[in-house]
Design a protein around this ligand. Sequence first.
Ligand code: ARG
Length: 462
Amino acid sequence: MTDKVRVDLWGGRFQGDADPGFAEFNRSFGFDRRLFEVDVRASIAHCRGLEAGSVLTANDSEQIRSALTTILERGRTDAAYFDELAAEDVHSFVEARLVELVGDAGRKLHTGRSRNDQVATDLRLWLREEIDRLTNTLRGTQKALLDLAEANRAGVMPGYTHLQRAQPILFAHWCLAYFEMLARDRQRLTEARTRVNVLPLGSAALAGTSYPIDRDAVALELGFEAVSRNSLDAVSDRDFCVEFAGAASLIMMHLSRLAEDVILYATTEFGFFELSDAIATGSSLMPQKKNPDSMELVRGKAGRVFGHLTALLMLMKGLPLAYNKDMQEDKEALFDTVDTVKACLEVTGTVLGNLRLNETRMRAAATQGYLNATELADYLARKGMPFREAHEMVGRAVMLAIERDLELNDLSLADLKCFSALIEPDVFESLSLERTLATKFQTGGTSLDRVAAELTSARTRL
Ligand code: ARG
C-alpha cells in the first residue's frame, strides 16, 4: 500500500523504495488526519474551480466530487478507514482513496495544485472553524464568571497589591476583572480570524497556477474573505498559526492567573473559597486533604501552550522561501494549542460554577488589617489637608492602632483628634466598609452601583 501511494505522488523520478525508517519519520498522517474533513472539502472546491475553468470535464468533475463525498462519509463513520492505508499524509491519503474509487479521473484532481497550497488551505480552514468554536467556549467561561458575580452581588473581599491587604473590593468586581481579560481575548481571536481567513489555493507549489481557476469563486465556496496576494508568501506563511498561538497564550495566561487566585483563596490560610467535591481531589495518604487539581492543571498547562508559541516561532525563524518540510512540525503544536485552551476554558467554567464562598471570612478579611487607612487620608484631604500630609498622619495613626491591637475605626474620637483637629464624629461613617466601597463610584470602580451597572453591561456584551 505504501508503494502505491508513493508512486501516485512522485513515482516518475524515483526507482528505489524509501527506507522504511525514513518513510515513518517523514509521515504526518498519524496527526494530520485531523485535517481530513477540511482537506476533502477544499478538494471539492478545487474540483469545481477546475471544472469552471474547463480544465476538467463536467463528467470527470462529477465523478471526482461524488467520490470525495463518499470518502468523506466513510471517514466520518469508520475510524478503521484511516488505518487501512499507510499514507504519508492526509493529502496523499485522500488522493489515493480517490484514485482507488474513480481511477484516472481521480488522477486529474491535483492539476494546478500542490500539497503546499493544499496544506496551507486546510490549516486555515480548520483553524477558522476551531476559532469559532473557541470563541463560543470563551463566551461560556465569561458567562460562568458573570453568573458567579451575580449570585454574590454583595460579597466583599480584600483587594491585594504585593499580596498584602490593600483596599476592600466587591467579589463581583474581582469576577469582572477576569471577565474583561477574557473579553479582550475574544476580541483578539476575532481579529486573528480575519488574517486566518485568506485562501492560499491557486498558489500551487510556490509560483502560482497556470490554470484558469477562478480563485475568488473557490474562496467564496470555502467561505474565505480574501485570496492570498503572493504565491511565495501564501505557501510559506504560518503567521496565522503564530498569531493564534499568541492569542491562545494570553488566554492561558489569564486562566492561569485566575487559577492561582482560586488556589490561593481556597487555602486554609485565606479560607475565602471552597471547591465543591465535583472539582477537587483528595490525597491517597492524607485523609483531610482537598486539593485544587483542576486549577493547578490549568496553571500548569499554560506553560505547555507558551511552549507551542515558542516552538512555532523557532520553527519559522530561519526558513528560506518558500515551503520547507520543517513546516510539517506546525501541526501538532497548533492542534495541541487548540485542545489545551478549549479544555482549560471548559474546566475553568466548571470550577467557577462549583465555588462556594465563605462570605463571613471574606468580609472579616476585608475589614481587618487597616484596609480603610486610605479612606482616612481621603477624609482629611477632602477637609483641606494636603494628601501627602494626610498620608503621613494616617501612617502614624496606623502605628498607634497596631500598638493597641485595634482597627483604625476602633480608636476613640479623642485619640483620632490627637492626629488632626479636622477629624470629627463623621469620620467613623467614612471608615465604614460600606462607605469605603461606595466612594469608588467612577467608571471602573468597585462601588455597588458601579459594579451593578457593569454587570448589566457585561450581560449585554455577552
Ligand atoms: N505533510 C506536509 C505538511 O504538513 C504537506 C505538504 C507537503 N509538501 C511537500 N512539498 N512535501 O507540511
